[in-house]
Structures are given as C-alpha cells and as structure tokens.
Design a protein around this ligand. Structure first.
Ligand SMILES: Nc1ncnc2c1ncn2[C@@H]1O[C@H](COP(=O)(O)OP(=O)(O)O)[C@@H](O)[C@H]1O
Ligand SMILES: [Mg+2]
Length: 287
C-alpha cells in the first residue's frame, strides 16, 4: 500500500446538501512534493482537512471511502498521534500564531511544550530550526509585531520543530509579496530535500513548475488530472478545468497558434530558454 492512499473518498459537510469531495482516489509516495491546484471552491482545503484528520475527528459530516496514512485508516489515528506525523500550515499565518507568547523563540517552542518534552531538548530543537530557517534576527521579537512574511516563516518554524514526516501546506504565499514568497519556497524546498512528503496548495504555476514533483488538479470536488508536473503543466487540457498553466507554457501555446513548431511546451524559464535557442538554430525565429 502506498504511503498515503485515498480510496473512493466522498465527503459532505454537516451543513450542505451535496458532496464537496466526490469519489477521490490518490496514491501518494513518500518524499515527493505534490502540488494541489484548482479554482476556488474546488475542494482543495477540504481534502487537506481530511488528510490531516481534522475531518472526521473535529468536523463531522458524512465521510465515505478510506484514507490510509502509513497503512492506518485516518479514523483509527488519535488526534495527538496525527500531530506528530503531520504538520499543517494554514493559509493565513495570523491564524497560526498562538497569541499567548511574547517572543518568537517561545512561540516556536510552544508545540513541543504541549507535548511535555524536557526543557533542554526543546531549546536545542528550537535553536536548530531558527538556524535552519535563518530567522535568528527574529528570536526576541514579539510575534504580533512581525510582518506577514515573517509571521509565515515563524508559522513554518513552529511546525517544522515538531519534525513531522508529512507537511500539508495550504496556500502559504497568498498574502505575501514576491520576496516573502521566495523565502517560503526556499523553506519548502529545504523540507523536500530532507525527505518530507509535502502536499502544497498553491496558485503560482511558475513556482509549482520549479519545485513540485507531481500535480493534482481538482475541479468541483473531483480530481480531474494527476501526474508528473512536466506532463500536467504542459497539457492544455488543464485550461478546460478552470485552472491555468505557467506563463512559459501559455507563451508556447501562442507560438504554436502562430504556426511555430514546438516538440513540447516549456514550463520553466530554463525550458523556455532551451526551446528558444533551438528555434534560433533552426532559424524559425529571427533576431
Ligand atoms: N465549513 C463548511 N461548511 C459547509 N461547506 C463548506 C465548508 N467549507 C467549505 N465548504 C464548501 O466546500 C466546497 C469546497 O471548499 P474548499 O475546500 O474550501 O475549496 P478550495 O480550498 O478549493 O477553495 C465549497 O463549495 C465551499 O463552499
Ligand atoms: Mg482553500
């Protein structure tokens, strides 16, 4: 059985009269970064909430089918046990900050304190994470005084310090500027290189093209497409499901419309440069 396996999953909220997840089947492998894409209301956050056990443990409603994480049904996991294996980063970093701690250092330590871990071990772990994420300059600041990007990095630190194997990250950059976004992706990439399994909801296709392994596309509660990022993000069928492609792929489609022959669509800047260089060699484009 795969690391995370979803079988015939359907879900209806307690208030609501139709399934918002419809017969979803997924097999996720350990150590890969999965980008979950799709338009607003397609069910991405709901699926994340099932994968982290929030549904059905806190949110009732009607859940059909099976979700197995590390070969154990999500219904059989204790919530405390899930928290040790799965870290969840919210869309809004303001929601994640506890509001009860006076310094960033204490804020990051908070989750470990709740697990009753010994003080020296907590300090060591917090110190490690602070170094890893390059946020030493924030350690004595009040979490409430941070910018959105800084808060988001502290939110990541307070999850990473718990050392979960699986990270579920819901639109972490939607409230950040390009610099803040780059910083968050640097952290996500670091986590990937440490072998974490990551499920990331994100709209910025260029970043997905650069960092993800696989893409899962949802629309109206269903998984419409899934596969390797190079296959999905260069497939114009994506556009039919209210989603979009990286700018480089859209440019490639425009070139094709103008009659330029391209073997494949570029998805990253690197691909685009390679393709343009080849076109210049074939003298199809003049400069
Ligand atoms: N707590 C809730 N109760 C009832 N319906 C909900 C709730 N949360 C989300 N929904 C509905 O479920 C559908 C999927 O929402 P969501 O999972 O938030 O989508 P996405 O994250 O892709 O934008 C939407 O139609 C939304 O209105
Ligand atoms: Mg959402």
């Amino acid at each position: 059985m795969s690391y995370i396996s979803v079988r015939n999953l359907s879900y209806q909220y307690p208030i609501g009269n139709e399934n918002v997840l419809k017969n979803i089947n997924l097999d996720l492998e350990q150590g890969k970064l999965y980008a979950l894409i799709g338009s607003n209301g397609s069910g991405k956050t709901t699926l994340c909430n099932v994968l982290r056990g929030y549904i059905p443990h806190f949110y009732k409603g009607e859940l059909q089918g099976h979700v197995n994480i590390k070969e154990k049904d999500i219904r059989e996991w204790e919530m405390g046990e899930i928290a040790k294996h799965i870290g969840y980063v919210f869309q809004n970093p303001f929601t994640q900050i506890s509001g009860v701690k006076d310094t960033v250092f204490e804020e990051i330590a908070y989750g470990l304190e709740n697990l009753g871990i010994e003080v020296d071990a907590i300090k060591k772990s917090v110190e490690n994470v602070i170094q890893m994420l390059d946020i030493d300059y924030l350690r004595d600041k009040n979490p409430n005084d941070l910018s959105g990007g800084q808060k988001q990095r502290v939110a990541f630190a307070s999850i990473i310090v718990m050392n979960p194997d699986i990270l579920i990250i819901d639109e972490p950059t939607s409230q950040l500027d390009p610099d803040g976004t780059e910083e968050i992706f640097r952290i996500i990439d670091l986590m990937k290189r440490q072998g974490k399994t990551i499920i990331l909801v994100e709209h910025k296709m260029e970043l997905i093209a650069k960092y993800a392994d696989e893409v899962i596309l949802m629309q109206n509660g269903e998984v419409k497409m899934k596969g390797k990022k190079e296959d999905i993000l260069s497939d114009k069928e994506v556009l039919q499901f209210d989603s979009t492609l990286p700018q480089y792929a859209l440019l490639g489609l425009e070139l094709r419309k103008k009659g330029v022959y391209l073997d494949s669509l570029p998805i990253t800047e690197e691909d685009a440069l390679e393709i343009i260089t080849k076109l210049l060699e074939r003298k199809e484009v003049c400069i």
